[in-house]
Design a protein around this ligand. Structure first.
Ligand code: BGC
Length: 543
């Protein structure tokens, strides 16, 4: 039989909902306690029908020694056997596409694994043709590292290599050597890899750690951080990362990625191009692609202090700075950050920010499990897997607690696996799991479902303008999304107390409240509205 071709060409939209799957923790089908691609396929129905996502961002599935759980790649052209094989990957793309779900591959351009054949060659001799594919430097006269750059995961960013008597650079683990992006051969090869996956019909890439990609050509020392408090702050913070990351040449490299994906139709790139940067500084990164679209991740929701003013101020400013054609995005969490329900120390607050995220114009990124209110799981030292947490102890940097198995049901191991999973399952999985929450009409999953269903059909939410309202009541953030035909009011109470509100609008009709205690369609009197602690409302106003 001739192979059936995946002919579907899916296009991207500014409001697409992107769901991050961390494949190790999503669904195990082989019974080894680690999730796999077949597992993701088996859950596509959920993603299509319950969450109605438009795309999956798949954390790395390439061949890897898994020292950084896939972010250390030893072969960019292969699927790691832990996750499956190329045949299963092809099936995954086909099945996702048949459900109108696009695939965003995680691409790790900054570094490879030290087991990658390029690095094995590179370290074999100074004269090896691959030597210059990585960043090598001779020691200082006293034998110490070439400069004061530090590794994100602890210690110096330089590792001495006995065989050739030089240091190589690693922004992360010593077994993750950084590629030399000043070398045109590296650029060429990495862009070739993008084409390989684009030919497999993936719809775009999430570009990992791009802010590290290019370093100062003169290898200058980073300046001392005057605010660093020894013993209190992560030692990585002792220097300001002026020369080892966020260099201006980053823009050229991103441009090249854009050109490559621009050879194909309907592709999207989202990049970790900055870490802590003002919107005014990163707005240029939205402008990159001539064909296709690029957005830098917007991590601001993860960093904002909990106040109605801070959120309003950020959003007004974000809107001000972006222009027509820029695609905003909103991230509440990912595999590197504490889960939103834990970070905010409240599921009520998590519901409130979900309401915010899903009623704005732009792409919401949902980290697996956020939609069921998963929280960080305490990890005992003996259970620790993440190398960051292990290397730099005492600063709570480990990421295992937010990478625990997806909670599907009340079955043993939460329906994730038949065997003991690689990380412990949350103790609260009997309460917070997909099956139970689907049956509970007040669950957080049903809140997501309600908001997403409304978002998909509301013209004001997809297309309308945004403006915030001057509400005199402290702790309330209210904004309107409006088109000529539809006007939607969103009111969010950031206070831990009940708040009374009086707004100069006539009666409104309820879409939903975050507690899901009120009936959709019910009339709401805006002259006298009581909001419960951390309660939010989506309301339809008369036009
Ligand atoms: C990824 C991390 C990873 C690091 C090194 C980050 O930006 O999100 O999970 O450990 O890059 O690849």
């Amino acid at each position: 039989m001739p192979k059936q071709k995946d002919k579907k060409e899916l296009s991207w939209g500014i409001n697409d909902i992107i769901y991050q799957v961390y494949p190790r923790s999503f669904q195990d089908t082989t019974g080894n306690g680690i999730g796999d691609l077949q597992g993701v396929i088996s859950r596509l129905d959920y993603l299509e029908k319950v969450l109605r996502v438009n795309a999956i961002w798949l954390s790395p599935i390439y061949k890897s020694p898994m020292k950084d759980f896939g972010y250390d790649i030893s072969d960019y052209y292969q699927v790691d056997p832990i996750f499956g094989n190329m045949k299963i990957f092809n099936q995954f793309v086909k099945e996702a596409h048949s459900r109108n779900i696009k695939i965003l591959m995680d691409f790790v351009p900054n570094h490879t694994s030290d087991q990658h054949k390029w690095f094995i060659e590179s370290r074999s001799a100074k004269k090896n043709p691959k030597r210059n594919w990585y960043i090598w430097h001779k020691p200082k006269p006293d034998g110490s590292p070439p400069n004061n750059w530090l590794s994100r995961f602890g210690g110096s960013a330089w590792q001495f290599d006995e065989k050739t008597g030089e240091y190589y650079m690693h922004s992360f683990l010593p077994c993750q050597p950084d590629l030399n992006w000043r070398n045109p051969e590296v650029r060429k090869e990495m862009n070739k890899i993008l084409r390989f996956w684009l030919d497999k019909k993936v719809d775009g890439f999430r570009l990992d750690a791009v802010y590290h990609i290019i370093k100062d050509a003169k290898f200058r020392d980073n300046p001392i951080n005057p605010r660093y408090i020894p013993g209190h702050d992560d030692p990585y913070r002792q220097f300001l990362n002026v020369y080892d990351r966020g260099r201006p040449e980053t823009l050229d490299i991103l441009n090249q990625f854009c050109d490559t994906v621009g050879e194909y139709k309907n592709k999207f790139l989202v990049s970790e191009v900055f870490y802590k940067t003002k919107i005014s500084e990163i707005k240029k990164y939205y402008k990159l692609c001539q064909k296709g679209q690029h957005s830098p991740f917007n991590f601001n929701f993860i960093r904002l202090p909990w106040s109605a003013w801070a959120y309003r101020n950020f959003l007004d400013n974000y809107k001000e700075n972006l222009s027509e054609g820029d695609w905003p995005n909103f991230v509440l969490g990912n595999h590197d950050r504490p889960r939103v329900a834990s970070r905010l120390e409240s599921r009520k607050k998590a519901r409130l920010v979900a309401m915010l995220q899903l009623t704005l114009k732009g792409m919401p990124f949902i980290y697996y499990g956020e939609e069921i209110g998963m929280s960080d799981v305490p990890i005992k030292p003996s259970q620790q897997k993440d190398p960051w947490g292990k290397n730099v102890s005492g600063f709570d940097l480990g990421r295992d607690s937010h990478r625990t198995p997806m909670q599907w049901s009340t079955k043993k191991y939460a329906g994730f696996s038949k065997t003991k999973p690689w990380l412990p399952v949350a103790r609260n999985y009997l309460i917070f799991n997909v099956k139970k929450e689907l049956a509970d009409n007040k669950s957080i999953l049903n809140l997501y479902n309600n908001l997403i269903n409304f978002r998909k059909k509301s013209e004001a939410i997809t297309d309308g303008i945004y403006y915030s309202l001057d509400i005199r009541t402290k702790d309330i953030f209210a904004y309107v999304r409006e088109t000529t035909k539809e006007k939607i009011l969103i009111i969010l109470n950031f206070a831990s107390k009940r708040k009374k509100l009086s707004l100069p609008f006539s009666q409104a009709e309820l879409v939903c409240n975050t507690y899901l205690t009120k009936k959709s369609g019910q009339k709401i009197n805006l002259n006298k509205l009581y909001l419960r602690p951390f309660e939010g409302y989506v309301l339809k106003l008369k036009k």
